[in-house]
Every structure is written in structure tokens, then in C-alpha cells.
Write a protein that binds this ligand. Structure first.
Ligand code: 1HN
Length: 360
């Protein structure tokens, strides 16, 4: 190239930049990647690490208006300090001490709770008080009023999953505090359970594939005993299967529990493994029961009850149970399916383990 062309190019790029334009051809390969390249990285937060910090938070930090919640978020180190577990998903540990109330509010992001340990808390969702016990899944759909109240001296820990990063990316976040610290409870507790708790269609094999619903599930609490019975039935029906899985579903439509979030439970038989797979969209796993390890993009993550780990979009993953394991999973799959861009792939061979994750 001639010196004149070089100078002309320099001047061109300067002039383009100065008026707020950007040339695509210099960044095409960063934007149009052959496969998803999430910024989040595979990561694990162990219960052994967060449990004592949750206990200290209960001692040190009051739950009040303004802060609203005593929540320790899973901060993925790939996301530049943002408090998100993955590009599309919020994940956290919430702690509520005995006799405390986390004030009532509502927001457009939708949330799910998966109860880890403790007793005596109910979450009120638009007037319906849902009693929470370990292993239960509780929904607080977008723009539903919700507050959490403890009625015992014990503290409670649960996993919070939200679509907050998605709603933020869509510039759709609205938030409102309730005029009262806790909203009024309409009559008896667990009204959605009384209406839908034994309804057909609360669980689907593996995952929802067809149904989409912009409305949330009318059932706001899915009991652990029911989830366990669903898994037991599938194991009994296919005793040689190394793993079975259910997705919690909206009994009215057969869709995922929220328009943006899918929740499931996978059981891996002790000593057995799942096939290596990858899928578009992000996933957060929460170990409910059992021990084992997962291999994510060649890295080995050992886990035990209460541990939480992230599998970013298109990362290869396989799970191995040492003791029979039940692992809860949260994903953004309904959004990818609604947009017609969901993909998944089963890999032909187990991954080679090239490194071992050391929890912090
Ligand atoms: C929220 O409202 C709760 O209601 C938990 O318990 C976690 C994380 C970000 C934004 C709002 C709750 C949250 C949250």
C-alpha cells in the first residue's frame, strides 16, 4: 500500500470514529462467532464457603427497606465484576433470620426460590402465603408483590434465581416498594397449592419442548415430596437409565413455570453418569442431594449438597454421581425457544478432564 493510501485510511478511521460511527468489518469475527462465546465462565460456589458467610450476614446486616433483601449473589468472574451468575441469569443465596420479614415489593424481573435449609418461612405472592420447606420451588412471577416472613426462631437459606440480566438488557426493569412492610395475606396459606397442587401437568419428562406461555404458572409452590415422587416413578419405569429428569411445568398450559425461566430437577443414579451435552442458553445448577462431579469444558467440578455451579451457553457438560444425586437446574431456555434459536447437541464421547476447579 502506498503512503498516501495509509494516510487516507488513518484519516478515514478517525473521521468515522469522530462522528459516532463504527466499521463492522474490523469486528465481524467478534460479533458473528461460529458458536456462542459467553463471557461468563464455568464456576462453582460451595456451601462450605457460603454457609458461614450467610450466618455472619444474619448477625451483621439487618433486612430493611432500601436494601430490601439479605442476598449474596453469585458473581461470575467472567462478567467484569457485575453481580450476575451468567449473562442472562441472576443466582444468589438469600438468608432470613428467625422472626424477620423481608419487605414487600414488586419488579418486572421474575424470580424463583429453591429452598436449601431451615424452616418457618413463608413467601407471600400477591396475597397468597406460600410455606417454604427444603427442596420446595417457589415462584414469584414478574410484577407480583412478594415478601418473605419467618415465623420461627430458625434461620432459612434459599437459592434465588432471576431473569434480571435479561430484563436489564431489554431495558425493561421497573421496581416498586409495597406501601406496607408486609402485604396482607388473603385467608388460608398455600391457596395456589390447594387449587393446583395435585393438578395434572405439573411436571414434564426432561424438558418442555413445544408449549410457550407469556403467563406464569398459577401454581406458585412445587413441593419436594411431589418432585421426588415424579423422579421415583421415572426411575421405576426405566430402572437401567443412568439419569432421569423432570421440568416443573405450568399445569394450565404445559409451558415452563415462567415465560423467561425454566426449572428442572435431574436425578443421577449413584455411580452413573449423564451423556456429555451442550446447549444454547445458560444454566445454574443447585445440588439438592448427593455428591458427585461435573465436567464442564474439560474442567472437573466436585460437588456436594448446597453447592451451586454455572454452565455457560454451549459449554459441554456431563454429570457423575458418586452418591445418588438430585440436582436442581435453572435456565433461560423458554426465551431461546420463544425466539426459535434454541439448539442442543449430544457429544459422541465423554470429555477428557484437563483441569480441576478449586473452590474459593
Ligand atoms: C429480589 O426481589 C429478591 O424478593 C431476591 O427475595 C433477590 C435480586 C435482585 C433483585 C431483586 C426477593 C433479588 C431481588
Amino acid at each position: 500500500m502506498t503512503v498516501e493510501t495509509d494516510q487516507a485510511l488513518d484519516a478515514f478511521y478517525r473521521d468515522v470514529d469522530a462522528v459516532g460511527l463504527a466499521p463492522l468489518w474490523t469486528v465481524t469475527d467478534q460479533l458473528l462467532t461460529p458458536v456462542p462465546r459467553p463471557k461468563s465462565v464455568p464456576w462453582l460456589w460451595s456451601a462450605e464457603t457460603y454457609r458461614p458467610l450467610a450466618a455472619r450476614a444474619i448477625q451483621l446486616i439487618p433486612v430493611e427497606r432500601g436494601g430490601e433483601r439479605r442476598v449474596l449473589s453469585l458473581r461470575n468472574p467472567g462478567l467484569g465484576g457485575r453481580p450476575y451468575a451468567a449473562g442472562t441469569l441472576w443466582g444468589a443465596v438469600q438468608c432470613l433470620g428467625g422472626r424477620e420479614t423481608a419487605p414487600a415489593h414488586r419488579h418486572t424481573p421474575g424470580a424463583i426460590r429453591f429452598v436449601l435449609e431451615g424452616e418457618g418461612v413463608f413467601t407471600t405472592v400477591n396475597g397468597d402465603a406460600c410455606d417454604m420447606r427444603p427442596g420446595d420451588l417457589v415462584l414469584t412471577p414478574g410484577w407480583a408483590w412478594h415478601d418473605h416472613s419467618s415465623t420461627s426462631d430458625a434461620s432459612m437459606l434459599w437459592f434465588d434465581g432471576l431473569d434480571l440480566p435479561m430484563i436489564e438488557a431489554l431495558d425493561g426493569v421497573f421496581f416498586q416498594p409495597h406501601p406496607e412492610n408486609s402485604q396482607p395475606v388473603d385467608g388460608a396459606h398455600n391457596r395456589s397449592e390447594a387449587a393446583y397442587g395435585t393438578a395434572e401437568g405439573r411436571f414434564t419428562d426432561d424438558q418442555v419442548t413445544g408449549a410457550l406461555d407469556p403467563a406464569p404458572s398459577p401454581l406458585l409452590i412445587y413441593r419436594w415430596a411431589d418432585t421426588a415422587a415424579e423422579l421415583d416413578r421415572r426411575v421405576a419405569a426405566d430402572p437401567d437409565a443412568p439419569t432421569v429428569a423432570v421440568e416443573y411445568t405450568n399445569p394450565r398450559s404445559g409451558a415452563s413455570v415462567l415465560p423467561t425461566l425454566a426449572c428442572g430437577m435431574r436425578r443421577v443414579i449413584g455411580g452413573r453418569s449423564t451423556a456429555p451435552r451442550r446447549r444454547s442458553g445458560n444454566q445454574i445448577f443447585v445440588v439438592h442431594r448427593g455428591t458427585g462431579h461435573s465436567v464442564i469444558d474439560g474442567q472437573r467440578f466436585a460437588w456436594a449438597p448446597g453447592d451451586m455451579f454455572v454452565v455457560p451457553s454451549w459449554s459441554a457438560v456431563e454429570h457423575h454421581a458418586e452418591q445418588a444425586a438430585d440436582v436442581f437446574v435453572l435456565s433461560d431456555t423458554p426465551v431461546l425457544r420463544a425466539l426459535g434459536i434454541y439448539r442442543e447437541q449430544t457429544l459422541t464421547a465423554p470429555q477428557e478432564v484437563t483441569s480441576t476447579f478449586v473452590p474459593q
